[in-house]
Design a protein around this ligand. Structure first.
Ligand code: SF4
Length: 415
């Protein structure tokens, strides 16, 4: 998989950034394989991603599970532990949205930052000389400033696909040269993402002026405001947690550039981009369009796109149900389930093998719900075909363990 940006090392105050690892990749590789790979899945991939056991046929998506950026972030964390065996190592957040990976890091002595009574992160435990790992989806400008002030070693595992979006919103704010007029124009960043997702928070912190839209419906509301105006107070209330300080919908929507959280549904980001292009075309005309609108470009990451494409292909097969495996707070996993739901397939978002059982029972997170639900007899009787996919932060080992648990339902029934 390609990496869009080169990696650099930089020094800030007395804090030192590490972005290339410590030359220990080969040393940690064996450990990572033994913990995160699955012999069952290796065999399944060799047999064309289809396997039948105990009357259950499993069809695995062509692309699923660990992506390049997650693989790199986890490997950097393991290298960090090896390189600094005696130092205190902190991580500002879950390194990726997967409970197994995060609990393994804890077992290696990597500490997760606590929270203050108001729910914000508590950086006070980080001392001079400590090591701080930034997760794959990055950290906000404010957080990075606090950490830099602690004079520590910072291991930045931010995925280059994420930093590419950061560059885009920084450029929108600094101004982009218009080829015809030779003048620079500034744009408000319209970010298609979830306002409470760490990646979107980090991206928004780099935009001088921004508005976050969750979905097409919110984008349509904004489009209508641009074309027809409305109550600024109602607008600001609707987007209360999703705009920059001092945002004025009557002034700040005059020139907009679209950006996105890298793991959103690609089709929806494209629809939002096109909607705003039509909106600005209608308002300002074709001659003025590029002064008022910039498209998101290709900023859905390769891995997200491949997994969504594979899922679209899989749901066209004859399936009885889908299991979508990934952390419950993983955005890209939720979007994979959305594809199954849109197809009308019974689907269950689970975060690992413990969600299955005892017997023919499943604990799962319904789409858009905040908590989990349970279903009895989720696996129909008789021959059944189950589609399986996993989000970009799910190791093969977890997928393999889910399959074993699934097959065991029928062997338990038979015994
Ligand atoms: S899902 Fe995409 S953006 Fe996120 S870590 Fe993986 S490659 Fe990077």
């Amino acid at each position: 998989m390609k990496s869009p940006d080169s990696e650099v090392e930089a020094k800030t105050n007395k804090s030192v950034y590490h972005r290339k690892g410590f030359g220990l990749k080969e040393e940690v590789e064996g450990e990572l394989k033994s913990v995160y790979e699955s012999p069952l899945l290796e065999n399944l991939k060799k047999s064309g991603n289809v396997i039948t056991q105990n009357g259950i046929t499993v069809r695995l998506a062509e692309a699923f599970g660990f992506c390049w950026g997650v693989d790199r972030a986890v490997s950097l964390a393991y290298e960090t532990r090896k390189h600094f065996p005696e130092r205190r190592i902190w991580i500002t957040n879950e390194i990726i949205h997967n409970p197994v990976v995060n609990s393994n890091l804890k077992e290696m002595g990597i500490r997760f930052l606590g929270t203050k009574p108001d729910g914000s992160k508590d950086f006070s435990s980080i001392g001079e000389g400590d090591v701080v790992i930034l997760p794959a989806f990055g950290a906000s400008v404010e957080e990075m400033k606090i950490i830099e002030g602690r004079n520590c070693e910072i291991v930045d595992t931010t995925c280059p696909w994420v930093s590419r979006v950061w560059n885009r919103v920084v450029n929108y704010g600094n101004g982009i040269l218009n080829k015809e007029s030779k003048l620079k124009f500034r744009y408000t960043s319209i970010i298609h993402g979830k306002p409470d997702h760490e990646e979107t928070i980090a991206t928004a912190s780099r935009a001088s002026c921004y508005l976050i839209v969750r979905n097409l419906a919110e984008a349509e509301y904004v489009s209508n405001y641009i074309l027809n105006g409305g109550e600024a107070a109602a607008f600001l209330k609707k987007f209360s947690q999703a705009h920059s300080l001092g945002f004025d919908p009557d002034k700040d929507l005059d020139a907009i550039g679209v950006a996105n959280q890298t793991t959103m549904l690609k089709g929806e980001t494209e629809q939002i981009g096109k909607l705003f292009e039509r909106t600005m075309l209608q308002k300002f005309g074709p001659q003025e369009l590029d002064k008022h609108f910039l498209s998101p470009g290709d900023t859905i990451c390769d891995a997200t796109q491949e997994r969504q494409d594979a899922m679209l292909q899989l749901v066209d097969e004859s399936l009885d149900l889908m299991l979508v495996i990934g952390g419950f707070n993983s955005s890209n996993t939720g979007h994979l389930q959305e594809i199954a739901e849109n197809k009308g397939l019974p689907s269950y978002h689970i975060d690992g093998p413990d969600c299955i059982g005892p017997g023919n029972r499943i604990r799962f997170k319904p789409l858009h719900a905040s908590g989990c639900d349970e279903a009895q007899d989720f696996l129909p009787s008789g021959p059944v075909t189950v589609g399986i996919t996993a989000g970009a932060s799910t190791p093969d080992q977890v997928v393999g363990a889910v399959l074993e648990k699934l097959f065991s339902i029928r062997s338990q029934n038979a015994s």
